[in-house]
Design a protein around this ligand. Structure first.
Ligand code: DGL
Length: 257
């Protein structure tokens, strides 16, 4: 079992931010990456649809004999991780907006969270926010249109910078000292964000923490691979080669899930 791949999925290319951290921390693991681009963006969909897609993609990953699944999507994690754990006996690692580390580290007591509507309205996000941000001001904004811009290969464009300026305007009127990136597409906006955010605002991205947690789970279940290291990429839509190439991926397979 230890030589089987890790399955990783997102609604699109956003999960590549998590994949990059996984490859750095676990370079000897084989990985199957699925971008559910036929259904992107997840953020605007209902909890039922997000859950159905997460189950369908995981079923496919399980059929490929994945030994563990990383849900490289905040929207899928916050809406569907408990259903995934009920349906499958596989170990799962999810990703959630890092409000806890931001809250613990905040000096001004004001933190910003940027995420999809699906994540911000989820019960899991709301209960975590309630548990860890008592006495703090949390300014949450939906990142309208941002996933689409990343999926169009426009992460570092003027259109994205303008959209970000509009979205961040309300929180930049307040003394935020942390901006939590609550969507795996958003780390690709870091160059644009750095142009906009004051220098004292720390950007919080959980991809490294997710990769470290994956390593801990592999240790726990004695599933570490010592001789792998290849990644195969799949998309549920017709592959947009230019987009994938801009992320350094040369070959993507289309899969019907
Ligand atoms: N990258 C995903 C997330 O972390 C999904 C975004 C979307 O499809 O709306 O939330």
């Amino acid at each position: 079992m230890h030589s089987k791949p890790i399955g990783v999925f997102d609604s699109g290319v956003g999960g590549l931010s998590v994949l990059n951290a996984l490859k750095e921390i676990l370079p000897n693991e084989d990985i199957l990456y699925v971008a559910d681009q036929a259904y992107t963006p997840y953020g605007k969909r209902t909890k039922e649809t997000i859950t159905a897609r997460a189950i369908a993609v995981t079923k496919w990953l399980a059929a490929q004999e994945c030994k563990l699944v990383v849900v490289a999507c905040n929207t899928a994690t916050t809406n569907a991780i408990s259903q995934l754990r009920e349906h499958f006996s596989l170990p799962f690692v999810g990703i959630e907006p890092g409000i806890k580390p931001a809250a613990l580290d905040s000096k001004t007591g004001v933190i910003g969270v940027l995420a999809t509507a699906g994540t911000l309205t989820s019960t899991l996000f709301q209960s975590t926010a309630q548990d860890f941000t008592q006495g703090l001001e949390v300014i949450s904004q939906v990142g309208h249109g941002l996933v689409g811009l990343v999926e169009e290969g426009k992460a570092d464009s003027q259109a994205t910078e303008k959209q970000l300026r509009d979205i961040l305007h309300p929180m930049l009127k307040k003394p935020i000292d942390h901006l939590v990136l609550g969507c795996t597409h958003y780390p690709f906006l870091t160059p644009a964000l750095k142009k906009i955010l004051p220098k004292n605002v720390a950007i919080v991205d959980c991809s490294t923490a997710v990769a470290e947690q994956t390593g801990r789970l592999l240790d726990l279940h004695n599933l570490n691979n010592k001789s792998g290291g290849k990644t195969d990429y799949y998309t549920t839509a017709s592959p947009k080669i230019d987009l994938w190439e801009s992320f350094g991926v040369e070959h993507v397979n289309q899969v019907a899930i």
